[in-house]
Design a binder for this molecule. Sequence first.
Ligand code: AP5
Length: 214
Amino acid sequence: MDIILLGPPGAGKGTQAERLVTNRGMVQLSTGDMLRAAVAEGSAVGREAKAVMDSGALVSDAIVSALIGENLDRIETRGAIFDGFPRTLPQAEALDLLLAERGRKLAHVIELEVDEEALVERIGGRFSCGTCGAPYHDRFKLPKVDDQCDVCGGHAFRRRDDDNEQTVRRRLAEYHAKTQPILPFYAERGILRPVDGMASVETVAAAIDSILDG
Ligand code: AP5
């Protein structure tokens, strides 16, 4: 089963994707993570993407669609969770083509609905393990033992360069201008499933489970 997790920055896409990977053996395909890996490697794509990401704007459709295509080929028959992709109408059309070429089809587009001021707080407090990437939050999810990752035991943590208020506001504006317009594309197909993203992580997870099992 292939699904999209859609929502503005900080809506909880990565948090819910991680859970679906653990509980259902699905594969998370996050264009944000792929781009950050390319930046860390210093590849040509990474060098092009870095300044765009730091400004809060969107990287080109061609680059992110190619990244998704490459990664789809690696996951075989396991269900894909598209996290942060598609973000524009051309990306949504490219995804249709990429899936059709591989005999795959979208089952659900889960839209996490959230309050925007809360998002700034969520993103401002976010950090992750520098070793395994497990996500944490200053207020909502601290490691169980101080300065030690619950998952891998690592002691180094990091914060993203684009998680500051000014960039978050630009990312939200990009979401409204370019990503929200793709919602009708999926609503017309009858596969758009809105979920209250302001509920607790567990309640959001239960709502997603009932959609996937329904
Ligand atoms: P990307 O990495 O995709 O970032 P984003 O969409 O802005 O989303 P985030 O990762 O910030 O948030 P999230 O929804 O995953 O929330 P999370 O689970 O972490 O993209 C970054 C940049 O890359 C873009 O700006 C763009 O430049 C580029 N890019 C990426 N994809 C692209 C594409 N397709 N096209 C063009 N450019 C692209 O949760 C946030 C925090 O809240 C966490 O701390 C979490 O613990 C907490 N939290 C989560 N759920 C809850 C809850 N229910 N209650 C309380 N706290 C919660």
